[in-house]
Design a protein around this ligand. Sequence first.
Ligand SMILES: Nc1ncnc2c1ncn2[C@@H]1O[C@H](COP(=O)(O)OP(=O)(O)OP(=O)(O)O)[C@@H](O)[C@H]1O
Ligand SMILES: [Mg+2]
Length: 188
Amino acid sequence: MHIEQGTSRIAFIGEQTTIKMASPLPLIRVMRGSLASLMMRRKIGTILEKLKASEESLGSLLRGMRGVRVNRREAEFSSALRGIVVPTRCHCGGVVAVQPTIRDLPASLGFQDQWAVIADVVGSGDRCKGTTMLKQMQANHTVENPDNFGVMDGAILFRDFGDPGVIRLLLEYGPAIRKALAGLLNGL
Ligand SMILES: Nc1ncnc2c1ncn2[C@@H]1O[C@H](COP(=O)(O)OP(=O)(O)OP(=O)(O)O)[C@@H](O)[C@H]1O
Ligand SMILES: [Mg+2]
């Protein structure tokens, strides 16, 4: 097993199964601090002040909460987007998402080839227009990074797809994107 640290989640990648946990340490740290304050009968205002005082904790807490939302969305849309995304289940209210482990994209693929074909689909052949549209949809961050894709059963699938912009992209262009990604693999 190995561990990958994403922006909002920690991925525990096993031979068969990957478990993605919303970054838990900041959550635990902040909750522990708040609990300690409550036990000392401090006022809520003091607790909030303490939370606000540490920008770093607050930033980490927000990332942890984002991880929970991303996990939930991946599970929610996993069936509707079957064949384009890796099947995902979610547990403990979104703290944990479970996916099959899928292979990285083949090294013989050009860097960001996946981004190029998706931009072509979205821009109807005009890559420049497609790039602008991906940015407007706020899906470019995910699409640009080859680590967010993998191969399973001879198909390129999204393995990080819980951002709202990516869900919108896949609901609108899913079948065309699946076809374009299949073409990429067949061309190797
Ligand atoms: N199903 C999977 N199989 C194999 N590796 C995976 C799988 N899911 C994620 N990974 C690996 O773990 C890393 C982190 O996972 P993921 O990208 O889903 O987390 P994130 O916090 O949403 O990341 P980001 O920084 O892109 O927002 C990925 O870049 C990838 O290398
Ligand atoms: Mg990612």
